[in-house]
Design a protein around this ligand. Structure first.
Ligand SMILES: [Fe+2]
Length: 297
């Protein structure tokens, strides 16, 4: 019996280290960069959803990007150890090297709507920082935000839910459309369609849940899409049970698209791991992320 004690002590030690790491990882901000290029495949020919993993930075792109964004998602302000000051510092740093065209929030201000004030406080600080730097601050709703009335007005950003904004390329001055789609929440889910159609200009879509792509009219899909929602799984488990068992309802992650960049039937999709923690204050192998997005269309 006594021989088993050292084994139990080692197991208990490993469990303790694991728990400590899960509590520590939410504090580590990954300030990364992604280059998103318009796909060369024909969107209209792909009726079946085809997913291909792409690198975060594309070595084939040269020169100045058409647009440069700062994208972050999923604050879940009840437990977001990456506070607004740190996020503002990341925005300042990104804007300092080459000017940003916009800061875009990808939805999920809070986990529970009774805590909306925490989310508003967080985003108002980001809004102040954007105003000071002269950067437009846009946002969309997430599935946890459906009960918030005028979240954008209270949090200090411009909502692009089911709206579009016209932008101009730095490279050649051409028109580029930034579109947004709202999230109606899981309980009363309505999958919205693109707020723009028959558009000659390249279209960039910000939508919280990447599964929205599956429900878009195949003849009217965006060129580039920015999403969040999945938290990169938040806690990685063997055999991907965070998705195969715990998030069976999420289609794209169960088809292989969880975090990072993908070509999905001719649309270039970026899925952010987000910043905060939903429900449990843990992350494991899925650290918080805020991203400089360089667009080449
Ligand atoms: Fe979320």
């Amino acid at each position: 019996m006594e021989k088993i004690y050292p084994v139990l002590i080692v197991i208990a030690g490993l469990i303790l280290v694991y728990i400590l790491w899960c509590l520590t990882e939410p504090f580590i901000l990954d300030q990364d960069k992604v280059t998103l290029r318009k796909s060369s495949s024909d969107k209209s020919l792909n009726k079946r959803i085809l997913i291909k993993r792409l690198p975060m930075t594309d070595s084939n792109v040269n020169g100045k990007p058409d647009l440069r964004f700062f994208f972050f998602s999923d604050i879940h302000a009840e437990w977001c150890p990456v506070n607004a000051s740190r996020l503002c510092s990341a925005i300042r740093k990104a804007h300092g090297s080459t000017p940003l065209d916009a800061v875009i929030f990808g939805g999920d201000l809070i986990t529970y709507h009774k805590n909306s004030a925490m989310g508003y406080k967080y985003l108002n600080k980001v809004s102040e920082c954007c105003k000071e730097l002269g950067i437009p601050f846009y946002g969309i709703s997430g599935n946890h935000d459906w009960a918030l009335e005028d979240a954008a007005g209270s949090a200090g950003f411009t909502s692009i839910d089911n709206k579009t904004v016209d932008l101009r390329s730095h490279e050649d001055g051409k028109r580029i459309v930034l579109a947004g789609i709202s999230d109606t929440g899981r309980k009363h889910r309505v999958w919205q369609q693109m707020p723009v159609s028959s558009c000659e200009a390249p279209v960039i879509l910000a939508v919280h849940d990447p599964d929205a792509f599956i429900h878009l009219d195949p003849s009217n899909r965006p060129d580039i899409m920015l999403s969040g929602h999945l938290h990169g799984g938040q806690m990685k488990f063997p055999f991907r049970i965070e998705f195969t068992v715990l998030r069976k309802h999420d289609k794209l992650p169960n088809m292989g698209a969880v975090q990072g960049v993908y070509d999905i039937s001719g649309t270039t999709l970026f899925i952010s791991r987000g910043l905060g923690c939903g429900i449990l204050p843990f992350r494991f192998l899925s650290m918080p992320e805020a991203t400089v997005v360089e667009i080449f269309v």
